[in-house]
Design a protein around this ligand. Structure first.
Ligand SMILES: [Zn+2]
Length: 234
Protein backbone atom coordinates (compact mmCIF):
# COMPACT_ATOMS: atom_id res chain seq x y z
CA UNK A 1 0.00 0.00 0.00
CA UNK A 2 1.28 3.46 -0.83
CA UNK A 3 2.23 5.59 2.15
CA UNK A 4 0.12 8.55 0.98
CA UNK A 5 -2.99 6.39 0.71
CA UNK A 6 -2.44 5.16 4.23
CA UNK A 7 -2.18 8.71 5.56
CA UNK A 8 -5.53 9.66 4.05
CA UNK A 9 -7.38 7.20 6.28
CA UNK A 10 -9.29 8.85 9.10
CA UNK A 11 -7.48 8.51 12.38
CA UNK A 12 -9.25 6.51 15.01
CA UNK A 13 -9.35 7.61 18.62
CA UNK A 14 -6.82 4.98 19.59
CA UNK A 15 -4.40 6.19 16.93
CA UNK A 16 -4.83 9.74 18.21
CA UNK A 17 -4.11 8.53 21.72
CA UNK A 18 -0.92 6.80 20.51
CA UNK A 19 0.11 10.03 18.77
CA UNK A 20 -0.49 12.00 21.99
CA UNK A 21 1.51 9.43 23.98
CA UNK A 22 4.29 9.66 21.40
CA UNK A 23 4.43 13.47 21.77
CA UNK A 24 4.50 13.10 25.57
CA UNK A 25 7.27 10.53 25.55
CA UNK A 26 9.41 12.53 23.14
CA UNK A 27 9.00 15.56 25.38
CA UNK A 28 9.89 13.54 28.48
CA UNK A 29 12.90 11.77 26.97
CA UNK A 30 14.37 14.45 24.70
CA UNK A 31 13.09 17.52 26.59
CA UNK A 32 11.93 18.82 23.24
CA UNK A 33 8.42 19.02 21.85
CA UNK A 34 7.15 17.43 18.68
CA UNK A 35 3.63 17.77 17.30
CA UNK A 36 1.33 15.23 15.65
CA UNK A 37 2.07 16.96 12.33
CA UNK A 38 5.80 16.39 12.94
CA UNK A 39 5.11 12.68 13.54
CA UNK A 40 3.20 12.23 10.27
CA UNK A 41 5.81 14.23 8.35
CA UNK A 42 8.54 12.28 10.13
CA UNK A 43 7.45 9.02 8.49
CA UNK A 44 8.59 10.54 5.19
CA UNK A 45 12.06 11.36 6.57
CA UNK A 46 14.53 10.56 3.80
CA UNK A 47 16.88 8.90 6.29
CA UNK A 48 14.32 6.17 6.96
CA UNK A 49 14.20 3.34 4.42
CA UNK A 50 10.83 2.44 2.93
CA UNK A 51 10.55 -0.83 4.87
CA UNK A 52 10.94 1.13 8.11
CA UNK A 53 8.49 3.84 6.99
CA UNK A 54 5.93 1.08 6.60
CA UNK A 55 6.95 -0.42 9.94
CA UNK A 56 6.56 2.95 11.74
CA UNK A 57 3.20 3.56 10.06
CA UNK A 58 2.04 0.17 11.36
CA UNK A 59 3.36 1.00 14.85
CA UNK A 60 1.34 4.22 14.89
CA UNK A 61 -1.80 2.31 13.88
CA UNK A 62 -1.03 -0.77 16.01
CA UNK A 63 -1.27 -2.91 12.89
CA UNK A 64 1.34 -5.50 13.76
CA UNK A 65 -0.36 -8.84 14.38
CA UNK A 66 1.26 -9.66 17.70
CA UNK A 67 0.34 -10.11 21.35
CA UNK A 68 -3.20 -9.11 22.25
CA UNK A 69 -4.27 -9.21 18.59
CA UNK A 70 -4.29 -13.01 18.88
CA UNK A 71 -6.51 -12.97 21.97
CA UNK A 72 -9.51 -12.22 19.72
CA UNK A 73 -8.92 -15.28 17.53
CA UNK A 74 -10.41 -18.59 18.71
CA UNK A 75 -7.76 -21.30 19.23
CA UNK A 76 -4.93 -18.82 18.59
CA UNK A 77 -4.92 -17.14 22.00
CA UNK A 78 -1.69 -18.88 23.00
CA UNK A 79 0.13 -17.02 20.20
CA UNK A 80 -0.33 -13.81 22.24
CA UNK A 81 2.34 -15.07 24.61
CA UNK A 82 6.02 -14.97 23.73
CA UNK A 83 8.08 -18.13 24.16
CA UNK A 84 9.70 -16.37 27.13
CA UNK A 85 6.32 -16.24 28.92
CA UNK A 86 5.43 -12.54 28.56
CA UNK A 87 2.65 -11.00 26.42
CA UNK A 88 4.30 -10.29 23.09
CA UNK A 89 3.67 -6.54 22.73
CA UNK A 90 5.79 -4.52 20.30
CA UNK A 91 7.61 -3.01 23.28
CA UNK A 92 8.36 -6.53 24.48
CA UNK A 93 9.63 -7.64 21.06
CA UNK A 94 11.72 -4.58 20.26
CA UNK A 95 13.02 -3.50 23.64
CA UNK A 96 12.80 -6.27 26.21
CA UNK A 97 12.73 -9.82 24.89
CA UNK A 98 15.85 -11.78 25.77
CA UNK A 99 15.03 -14.34 23.03
CA UNK A 100 15.33 -11.60 20.38
CA UNK A 101 18.58 -10.43 22.02
CA UNK A 102 16.94 -6.98 22.06
CA UNK A 103 18.89 -5.56 25.00
CA UNK A 104 22.21 -6.92 23.71
CA UNK A 105 21.65 -5.37 20.29
CA UNK A 106 20.55 -2.01 21.75
CA UNK A 107 23.71 -1.95 23.87
CA UNK A 108 25.76 -2.13 20.66
CA UNK A 109 23.73 0.71 19.15
CA UNK A 110 24.33 2.80 22.26
CA UNK A 111 28.05 2.06 22.06
CA UNK A 112 28.47 3.42 18.53
CA UNK A 113 26.32 6.41 19.44
CA UNK A 114 28.66 7.24 22.32
CA UNK A 115 31.80 6.84 20.21
CA UNK A 116 30.83 9.88 18.16
CA UNK A 117 28.59 11.86 20.50
CA UNK A 118 29.82 13.20 23.75
CA UNK A 119 27.50 16.22 23.75
CA UNK A 120 24.21 14.40 23.31
CA UNK A 121 23.26 11.51 25.53
CA UNK A 122 21.81 8.30 24.16
CA UNK A 123 18.01 8.46 24.21
CA UNK A 124 16.65 5.08 25.27
CA UNK A 125 14.40 3.84 22.47
CA UNK A 126 10.83 2.69 23.11
CA UNK A 127 7.86 2.04 20.84
CA UNK A 128 6.70 5.65 21.31
CA UNK A 129 10.15 6.98 20.47
CA UNK A 130 9.98 4.81 17.32
CA UNK A 131 6.52 6.09 16.37
CA UNK A 132 7.97 9.61 16.21
CA UNK A 133 11.47 8.59 15.14
CA UNK A 134 11.58 10.60 11.91
CA UNK A 135 10.61 13.75 13.83
CA UNK A 136 12.98 13.37 16.77
CA UNK A 137 14.70 16.54 17.96
CA UNK A 138 17.40 15.79 20.48
CA UNK A 139 18.34 18.34 23.09
CA UNK A 140 20.94 18.45 25.83
CA UNK A 141 20.40 21.07 28.50
CA UNK A 142 19.82 24.17 26.37
CA UNK A 143 21.66 22.89 23.36
CA UNK A 144 19.49 21.80 20.45
CA UNK A 145 21.00 19.07 18.31
CA UNK A 146 22.00 19.96 14.76
CA UNK A 147 20.30 17.99 11.98
CA UNK A 148 23.16 15.61 11.45
CA UNK A 149 22.99 14.47 15.08
CA UNK A 150 19.25 13.80 14.80
CA UNK A 151 19.81 12.00 11.50
CA UNK A 152 22.51 9.85 13.04
CA UNK A 153 20.15 8.81 15.83
CA UNK A 154 17.37 8.11 13.32
CA UNK A 155 19.64 5.96 11.14
CA UNK A 156 21.09 3.93 14.02
CA UNK A 157 17.71 3.38 15.68
CA UNK A 158 15.84 2.56 12.45
CA UNK A 159 18.42 -0.02 11.35
CA UNK A 160 18.69 -1.56 14.83
CA UNK A 161 14.91 -1.87 15.12
CA UNK A 162 14.80 -3.66 11.79
CA UNK A 163 17.48 -6.14 12.87
CA UNK A 164 15.60 -6.96 16.09
CA UNK A 165 12.26 -7.31 14.26
CA UNK A 166 13.72 -9.64 11.62
CA UNK A 167 15.57 -11.64 14.31
CA UNK A 168 12.21 -12.16 16.06
CA UNK A 169 10.46 -13.12 12.80
CA UNK A 170 13.13 -15.67 11.90
CA UNK A 171 12.76 -17.19 15.35
CA UNK A 172 8.96 -17.38 15.17
CA UNK A 173 8.42 -18.36 11.54
CA UNK A 174 11.60 -20.23 10.58
CA UNK A 175 12.59 -21.51 14.03
CA UNK A 176 16.04 -19.91 13.65
CA UNK A 177 17.33 -18.93 17.07
CA UNK A 178 20.37 -16.67 17.16
CA UNK A 179 22.84 -16.69 20.02
CA UNK A 180 23.84 -13.35 21.53
CA UNK A 181 27.08 -13.44 19.51
CA UNK A 182 25.27 -14.25 16.26
CA UNK A 183 22.74 -11.46 16.81
CA UNK A 184 25.49 -8.92 17.50
CA UNK A 185 27.44 -10.13 14.47
CA UNK A 186 24.34 -9.65 12.31
CA UNK A 187 23.93 -6.12 13.67
CA UNK A 188 27.59 -5.28 13.06
CA UNK A 189 27.34 -6.55 9.49
CA UNK A 190 24.33 -4.31 8.99
CA UNK A 191 26.25 -1.23 10.21
CA UNK A 192 29.25 -2.22 8.13
CA UNK A 193 27.10 -2.62 4.99
CA UNK A 194 25.40 0.69 5.65
CA UNK A 195 28.72 2.53 5.87
CA UNK A 196 30.04 0.77 2.76
CA UNK A 197 26.91 1.74 0.83
CA UNK A 198 27.22 5.36 1.91
CA UNK A 199 30.87 5.45 0.86
CA UNK A 200 29.97 4.03 -2.54
CA UNK A 201 27.23 6.64 -3.01
CA UNK A 202 29.79 9.38 -2.26
CA UNK A 203 32.31 7.76 -4.62
CA UNK A 204 29.91 7.71 -7.58
CA UNK A 205 28.64 11.28 -7.05
CA UNK A 206 30.07 13.30 -9.93
CA UNK A 207 29.15 16.83 -8.81
CA UNK A 208 32.29 17.86 -6.91
CA UNK A 209 30.59 20.36 -4.58
CA UNK A 210 27.94 17.84 -3.57
CA UNK A 211 30.56 15.12 -3.19
CA UNK A 212 32.56 17.30 -0.75
CA UNK A 213 29.43 18.04 1.28
CA UNK A 214 28.49 14.37 1.39
CA UNK A 215 31.98 13.41 2.55
CA UNK A 216 31.91 16.06 5.29
CA UNK A 217 28.52 14.82 6.43
CA UNK A 218 29.76 11.22 6.43
CA UNK A 219 32.90 12.10 8.43
CA UNK A 220 30.90 13.99 11.05
CA UNK A 221 28.47 11.11 11.46
CA UNK A 222 30.58 8.01 11.12
CA UNK A 223 34.32 8.67 11.08
CA UNK A 224 34.93 7.21 14.50
CA UNK A 225 32.79 4.22 13.65
CA UNK A 226 34.49 3.25 10.42
CA UNK A 227 36.42 0.63 12.36
CA UNK A 228 33.12 -1.28 12.35
CA UNK A 229 33.80 -1.98 8.68
CA UNK A 230 36.39 -4.51 9.77
CA UNK A 231 34.32 -5.99 12.54
CA UNK A 232 33.24 -8.95 10.50
CA UNK A 233 36.88 -9.93 10.04
CA UNK A 234 37.92 -9.43 13.65
ZN1 LIG B 1 9.89 -12.67 24.87
Amino acid sequence: MILQEKNLKPEGKLTQKRIEDTCEEHKRKTRNRITSKDIWEGIKNKKILFRMKDFIWKLIHNHHKVGNWFKRIPNWQDKAICECGKVETMDHILIECRLNKSKDIWQEAEKIWKENNRDFKWTEPSVNILRGLGAIKLKERDKIAPNWINERYIEIVAETTWIIWTTRNKRIFDNIKLTREEAIKKWKEMISNKLETEKTIIKIEDKIKKKVEMQKDFDKKWKRNTKHEDMEKT
